[in-house]
Design a protein around this ligand. Structure first.
Ligand code: FMN
Length: 199
């Protein structure tokens, strides 16, 4: 398996460096207890007003094959090629309004993303990996899973045991081993004020 640890420019916790988004999954079921730990990690994310707007449709490849196939079916064709080998597929869904007062939850997607980030780190901590996807048809997902109004599909997530890059079609195998890159810190963090001129 290739070493995919992030080449961090400054010290970060090894767990953060270890997380990455593979496309080669082995199709193995998750180890016992792993799904519960993933969901527990998401559960303990911070959220605005502790509203916890995230919801998850969860389909295990072996245990909920009907839902799994439905989830595969709403993915973009590119994502379908590899995500169908994940042990688990999920769809994150954000509640858009506060049930207590009807106000919009302005940070619903932010908080849902934070919960998914925690889940992805928990996956990496357990020797698994998660791959989040914007490439899916939100309207088709709403209809396939009868997601009611007031709840917005946000992202699909593939989670499982990582397979070898060679198991992927050539073009994806190349992306699987390409160097991991990020913008430098000075492009997004501005000490003392906004300094985006010229970028
Ligand atoms: C919200 C979100 C949506 C993404 N959508 C897709 C997608 O549809 N297909 C895909 O192959 N990767 C997708 N990715 C994965 C990103 O391409 C990946 O996180 C990025 O290239 C950085 O790589 P790393 O996660 O391995 O560090 C998505 C990631 C996030 C967080």
């Amino acid at each position: 398996m290739p070493d995919r640890d992030a080449p961090a420019a400054h010290p970060i916790d090894p767990l953060l460096a270890r997380r990455w988004s593979p496309r080669s999954f082995t199709a193995a079921p998750l180890p016992p207890g792993a799904l519960e730990s993933l969901l527990e990690a998401a559960r303990w994310a911070a959220s605005s007003n502790n509203l916890q707007p995230w919801h998850l449709i969860v389909a295990r490849r072996d245990a909920e094959p009907g839902a799994f196939e439905k989830l595969v079916g709403v993915l973009s064709p590119n994502n379908q090629t590899w995500a169908r080998n994940a042990g688990v597929l999920m769809l994150s869904v954000a509640r858009s309004h506060n049930p207590a007062n009807g106000n919009p939850i302005r940070h619903a997607w932010h908080d849902t993303g934070a919960a998914m980030a925690q889940m992805a780190l928990q996956a990496a901590a357990m020797g698994l990996q998660a791959h989040q996807m914007a490439g899916f048809d939100a309207a088709a997902a709403r209809s396939a899973f009868a997601i009611p109004e007031g709840f917005d599909p946000v992202a699909a997530i593939a989670i499982g045991e990582v397979g070898p890059p060679e198991a992927l079609p050539e073009v994806l195998a190349q992306r699987e081993t390409a160097p991991r890159q990020r913008r430098p810190i000075e492009e997004f963090a501005f000490l003392g004020g906004w300094k985006a001129e010229g970028r």
